[in-house]
Ligand binder design. Structure first.
Ligand SMILES: Nc1ncnc2c1ncn2[C@@H]1O[C@H](COP(=O)(O)OP(=O)(O)OP(=O)(O)O)[C@@H](O)[C@H]1O
Ligand code: SF4
Ligand SMILES: [Mg+2]
Length: 326
C-alpha cells in the first residue's frame, strides 16, 4: 500500500503563549505569543522543513507538538488521536513514538553519564529489555550512527560535537519512534561534518520509515532534506509548499525576501538576482501587529493589510499562502 499521503500529525489552530512577568502590580497581564494559531499537517514518512527568522517560534512549535510544553489552545492529532491536552501519564506511550534531536549536542547530554548510561535511559523508561538485550540494542544503535562498541564507556566530553550529535541521534531512535523533531540538529556543528550528519539522518529515515519535522536556519540545507517546507513569521506559518516549488516560485513577500538573502555561489547569477532586504526589526511577539502581521515590514502592504488578517489559501496544488496579494 502507498502510505505517502497518510497524515501522521495534524495541527489545528495551535497556540502557545508564555506569560510575561509583570513589573507592576495590577497592570494588564501580557503574553509572548510564540505560536499564535498554526495549522498544518505532516505526512507519514516525509520531512517537513520549518524556516523563519530567529525568535519566530520554530522551537516553541516543535516543542508544543511533541508536548514538551503544555499548549495554550488548539489540537494536535498524532496518528488520529488528539494529544494536545494529554497529561504526563497519558503522554507516556506517545513520548516513545515522538522523539527530539536538539541543536546543542553537548548541553543535551548529561555530562556525568557515559554513553551506555545515556542510551540506556530512554530504553529503561520505555522498554522492558533485559540487561543483556539492552546492551545488544545499544551496540546495534551505536553501529547505526557510526560509533564504536568501545565508545560505550566514554563520556560526552571525550567526543567531538558531531559524535555527540550521533549519541543524541542514537538516543532518539532507541525507542523505535515514528516521528522525530530535529531542532536545528546541525547548526552547532562544523560545516565539514554537517553534510555527514544530514546524510545519516536521511539514511535512518529510509531504513526506519521515520517522519521528520526539520527546523533550520540554513535555507539551502532545508531545501535539500525537505519534501515540503513551511515558512514561519511571528508565530504563524505564512506559506507551505513542496520544497522545490517554494524555491522556484515563492509567493509570500516574506518568503521572497528570505530566499533572496541566501548567498548565490555563481557570481553571474548573483549579479542578476535582485537582493531584497527586509526593512525593520521583527516586531515583538507580545504586541503582534494587527491584520497581516508582516504589514509593518512588507514592501507591498496595502491599507487593507493593516485591518484584515489574510487566511491560508491554496494557490496551486499543495502550495498555500496567507497574503492579500493572492
Ligand atoms: N520558555 C519561554 N518563556 C518565555 N518566552 C519564551 C520561551 N521560549 C521561547 N520564548 C519566546 O518565544 C518566542 C519564540 O521563541 P523560539 O525559541 O520558539 O523561536 P525560534 O524560531 O526557535 O528561534 P531560534 O531560531 O533563535 O531558535 C521568542 O520571542 C522567545 O523569546
Ligand atoms: S497581506 Fe499585505 S502586508 Fe501581508 S504580506 Fe501580503 S501584501 Fe504584504
Ligand atoms: Mg529555535
Amino acid at each position: 500500500m502507498d502510505n505517502t499521503d497518510r497524515v501522521l500529525i495534524e495541527v489545528k489552530d495551535l497556540k502557545k503563549y508564555f506569560p510575561v512577568k509583570n513589573k507592576f502590580i495590577g497592570s494588564e497581564k501580557k503574553f509572548v505569543k510564540a505560536v499564535d494559531g498554526v495549522s498544518f499537517d505532516i505526512k507519514k514518512g516525509e520531512t517537513f522543513g520549518l524556516v523563519g527568522e530567529s525568535g519566530c517560534g520554530k522551537s516553541t512549535l516543535g516543542r508544543s507538538i511533541t508536548r514538551l510544553y503544555d499548549v495554550t489552545s488548539g489540537d494536535i492529532f498524532f496518528d488520529g488521536t488528539n494529544i494536545a491536552k494529554f497529561n504526563k501519564k497519558e503522554m507516556k506511550q506517545y513520548n516513545k513514538r515522538m522523539q527530539i534531536i536538539f541543536q546543542d549536542p553537548y548541553s543535551s547530554l548529561n555530562p556525568n553519564m557515559n554513553v551506555e548510561e545515556l542510551i540506556s535511559e530512554p530504553l529503561l523508561l520505555h522498554t522492558n529489555l533485559s540487561k543483556k538485550e539492552r546492551n545488544d540494542k545499544i551496540q546495534s544503535l551505536l553501529e547505526m550512527v557510526g560509533l564504536k562498541k568501545t565508545d560505550m564507556e566514554k563520556f560526552p566530553h571525550e567526543f567531538s560535537g558531531g559524535q555527540c550529535q550521533r549519541i543524541g541521534i542514537a538516543r532518539a531512535i532507541s525507542t523505535n519512534p515514528e516521528f522525530i523533531l530535529c531542532d536545528e540538529p546541525i547548526s552547532a556543528l562544523d560545516v565539514s561534518i554537517q553534510a555527514q550528519v544530514v546524510n545519516m539522518l536521511e539514511d535512518l529515515q529510509k531504513e526506519l520509515g521515520l517522519t521528520y519535522l526539520f527546523v533550520a536556519h540554513d535555507l539551502s540545507m532545508v531545501r535539500h532534506i525537505s519534501d515540503r517546507i513551511g515558512v514561519m513569521y511571528l508565530g504563524n506559518i505564512i506559506e507551505i509548499s513542496g520544497s522545490n516549488d517554494l524555491y522556484n516560485n515563492p509567493l509570500h513577500p516574506y518568503t521572497k525576501a528570505l530566499l533572496s538573502a541566501i548567498p548565490i555561489a555563481d557570481p553571474l547569477k548573483a549579479k542578476a538576482s535582485q537582493r531584497q532586504i527586509i526593512e525593520g526589526d521583527i516586531p515583538s511577539p507580545i504586541d503582534i501587529p494587527s491584520g497581516c502581521r508582516f504589514h509593518t515590514r512588507c514592501p507591498y502592504a496595502k491599507p487593507m493589510c493593516k485591518e484584515s488578517t489574510p487566511q491560508m489559501k491554496q494557490i496551486e496544488n499543495g502550495h498555500f499562502v496567507a497574503c492579500h496579494l493572492y
